[in-house]
Design a protein around this ligand. Sequence first.
Ligand code: GLA
Length: 740
Amino acid sequence: MSIVYRETEKTFTLHTRNSSYQMKVDEQGRLLHTYYGSKSDSSDLSYLIAYGDRGFSGNPHELGRVNRRYSLDTLPQEYSCFGTGDYRVSALRVQNADGSQAASLVYSGFAIEEGKYGLPGLPAVYDNGGEADTLRVTLVDQANGLQVDLLYGVFEAADIITRAVLITNQGAADVVLQKAASLNLDWQAGQFDLISFHGRHAMERNFQKSRLSHGVASIGSVRGASSHHHNPFAILCEPGTGETRGSSYGFAFVYSGEFLLESEKDQMDQTRLVLGIHPDNFSWTLAAGEIFTTPEAVMTFSDGGWGGVSRNFHAILRHNVCRGEWKDKRRPVLINNWEGTYFDFDGDKLAAIAQDAAELGVELFVMDDGWFGKRDDDNSGLGDWYPNETKLGCTLKELGEKITGLGMQFGIWFEPECISEDSDLYRAHPDWAVQIPGRPPVLSRNQLILDFSRADVQDYLIERLSAVLASAPVSYVKWDFNRSISDKFSQALPAGRQGEMAHRFVLGLYRVLESLLQKFPHILFEGCSGGGGRFDAGMLYYTPQIWTSDNTDAIERLQIQYGTSFAYPVSAMGAHVSAVPNHQTGRVTSLATRAAVAMAGTFGYELDINLMTAAEKREVRMQIERFKELYELIQRGNYYRLASPLEGSCTVWQMAAVDRSAALVTAVYHHVEANPRPVYVKLQGLEAEADYKLSLLSSSEEGREELGTVSGLALMRGGWRIPEAGGDYWALQILAERLD
Ligand code: GLA
């Protein structure tokens, strides 16, 4: 059992393959956190806790006269509370019926269960059978009657611990939750760097590392979605940690709405991390008997550097978060018409693109924005999910059948959570749009938000989208969301509950997605939000792949995909080859480079293939064949970042088969140098004892050039020298195959 409870010491120790985590009920009944890090035994580690009389750090009343060395302001806690003597950032803040803002929790019991707890209505990591155990520790606030159940899911082999919190009002009066974090983690010692991933539209998930110093550092979103601007994922690591060495903790939030991740280094140089729903747009009235369930947070620890953290997350997201038929099925190579045509298309134009694409081996044609309502630009039509047969020149069914008749699958784009003022839906239901009475709402891309916190809006969308999906042979849906939410207000909620709107919106989104998944289990859903504005573990529970960025420039993608790869697997990252000059940057890169970069994702094309020359089409055919041939290695292999796009001249990454039989190394020169310094990388994940045959994959007739045979150990210890660049933005793929 991965969970050990010792009655005499009242310790709970959670063990994964390479980590241990411990908490302890102390003599005062407080649940203290004693350890998280490299694997230890179940020894009581509370001897590490320093007690001292710290001025201005008060003592619980029952101890104040006898023990001034006991203060919640300095003790490491499992779930901290605001208002009762802990002045650090806290996990729980409530407003009681008398208006006071105070909570104080003491231990009341525990339960250990086989299997993993679930969270109704919320995405959560799941157990495929025998992979996880659950610990539930119950705390109570005797003054207001709140019961707080801390849930821990321990995935021993995967080195993952999940956390969520259930808050039940066992009292008689309403309690308003003002902050209810999913995770609180205290370290008594250590210096940390915080690595987070900031961005903007078309430039998501830029790597940023900063030293935690005294005070509070935070990242978060109040945009209604997890956002382009900060990803709900972060790493805390000891200074000096790199890809292959150093102690690192990774934290991901399984939630697609507003979040806050705060870290605070306190007066005693202790560090606290709190992660949960952003409290700025949150308050939740909990009436007697009601339960509030927080979203889930996922943690991992690795003493093998950032790479270890990343691979733990890749595995858990692929095996225990993504679901359904498409979880393990090979995803189709697709072509999307967005950058090929934008809004300017009809059915014949789309069919012509599909025809050429089918001949080259593309398996799925995706019709993007512009097929419905009055939608020839982005000023109108959102909400009117009825095919525009005049524009298409046929019904959706006829178009779908034309595409499937080519031997391809057919996919369509939706943006269900938005509404244009110039739409029949808005004219019929202006109250369904998110806006505050008496204040003109902020427009973004000239559109408004549909109030997904309302059950009637959710029901309408389920019905309308289902009707479209049932009317034609649709096997893929791109689910987009193209603005941030402002003016948060729901006409269906009373004044005192407007603080619930942002979270109810996300719950509504999850409900709609879940019911469509249940009705259409064969459809592959791809998430999107102006590219990667909602790229999070919550969405991956519904959509196993997400469009990574509206930036399709191969060189900019190196950075975007690099940052994304810290948490998210290749199988989740939508990546397409687009036309040059690139539409976002004007940069020209070769077709080979664009394909090499897109192959570090789900792989597809997004251009008007009818405009390609015969030679380019031959190359596309070969790229698709190569991707299909290497699919298992690319999508299911272990992923290693060998050289960063933020340094040097060349970005290098590697996928290694789990059974170590092969590896693919991809190198892209992002900045070519005169008199170039050689680029060396050390491969990882190979079999030390075996020999590997190395080949340079090329677009020549032969398709590959032999580079020699080298042992796995030599490739991992000595490494490999990447061939010199043949020009700027030059890409190469090297395949290493084990000789058995
Ligand atoms: C967003 C998406 C694009 C495309 C457009 C359509 O920006 O990220 O891929 O679908 O919307 O309007």
